[in-house]
Design a protein around this ligand. Structure first.
Ligand SMILES: Nc1ncnc2c1ncn2[C@@H]1O[C@H](COP(=O)(O)OP(=O)(O)OP(=O)(O)O)[C@@H](O)[C@H]1O
Length: 308
């Protein structure tokens, strides 16, 4: 079997119910090797429950989850998965390094590995400081360091930037991107759309336990558009429709929105001016993930069907 082609994570109709509450509802998702996959959804959507099933921390009610082709929760000895899912649970009066050494001893890693992961998360210089004196961002990075021991193929991070200040968030994002550049696969959950848009290759959008969409960030945003403010607007509309097609133009409060790429801007401007139209502004815009997400979640009324 060519493991490079095997998805790192696959779930098929993965379901978890608590009493009659369906926390995760037939989720089928795939995480490919080397990508940063963003599991995106609002609070209570079912992200943590899904990740806990993947890691074998809780049992699915139905469906299946596998990591590199093996059932989740019963990994092969070679299979390396690192996770930061529950709070890291470090000792406040031990240094960052000693906390990691405790974890390392328990998991069979050396002190050299502790130093390597401290370096990796940029905490080597502060490794001797007591954990309780760490900023939230440093605490979170120490948690990631623990997940990185043994150089896992898959790193699962549950809301890694939650509660961090902007600088802490930026550090964490840079770390995630850096891990992926080094060839590791990262599966992270987030309710922050801008963040997922910035660092992820692919996204799974979950709401009310259901996976609404799985695609690349670019596909999800559905291309780009040109926004044109020009007068008189009826004449501008006619030209815009000739250039972008009848279905390719929308009127918005900010002007006309044309389904065309940035390259088309000079041509559109020339055509408008040649038609005697005044062009006040022409800008290239991309839909934000946030706009797409709200369109998708408001369009979907989650019906709660009984789980088979
Ligand atoms: N042990 C449990 N018992 C009962 N209900 C649970 C349990 N764990 C989760 N739930 C419910 O399942 C749903 C999904 O929760 P989950 O924690 O997976 O969401 P989430 O997307 O991770 O949200 P958050 O970002 O708030 O953690 C919620 O309605 C939650 O209340």
């Amino acid at each position: 079997m060519d493991t490079n082609q095997t998805p790192v994570v696959t779930t098929d109709a993965l379901t978890k119910t608590y009493g009659d509450r369906v926390a995760v509802d037939r989720v089928s998702m795939t995480v490919q090797r080397g990508e940063v996959y963003g599991f995106l959804g609002p609070n209570g959507a079912g992200k943590t429950t899904t990740l806990r099933m993947l890691l074998g921390l809780i049992r699915p009610t139905a469906g299946m989850a596998s990591i590199l082709g093996r059932p989740a929760g019963r990994p092969h000895p070679d299979l390396r998965v690192g996770a930061l899912i529950e709070g890291p649970g470090f000792h406040p009066y031990l240094s960052g390094r000693d906390n990691l050494r405790t974890v390392a001893r328990f998991r069979g890693f050396t002190d050299a590995e502790v130093d390597r992961v401290l370096e990796r998360v940029d905490l080597a210089g502060r490794g001797s400081d007591k954990y309780k004196g760490y900023s939230l961002g440093m605490k979170q990075r120490l948690g990631v360091a623990a997940a990185l021991m043994g150089d896992p193929e898959l790193i699962v991070l549950d809301e890694p930037t939650n509660g961090l200040d902007p600088a802490g968030m930026a550090d964490m994002r840079a770390l995630v991107v850096d891990l992926a550049r080094g060839g590791q696969t990262v599966l992270l959950s987030s309710h922050l759309l801008a963040e997922v848009q910035e660092i992820c290759d692919r996204v799974g959008v979950i709401n009310s336990g259901r996976l609404l969409l799985e695609s690349t960030v670019a596909e999800m945003r559905g291309g780009s558009s040109l926004r044109v403010r020009a007068t008189p607007e009826p004449a501008a509309l006619a030209v815009a429709m000739r250039l972008a097609g009848d279905d390719g133009v929308r009127r918005t409060p900010a002007g006309l929105s044309l389904d065309l790429s940035a390259d088309a801007a000079p041509h559109v401007t020339r055509e408008l001016v040649n038609a005697g139209i005044d062009v006040h502004e022409i800008t290239h815009t991309e839909r934000s993930l946030e706009e797409v997400f709200f369109e998708m979640t408001t369009a979907t009324t989650p019906e709660k069907e009984p789980v088979a």
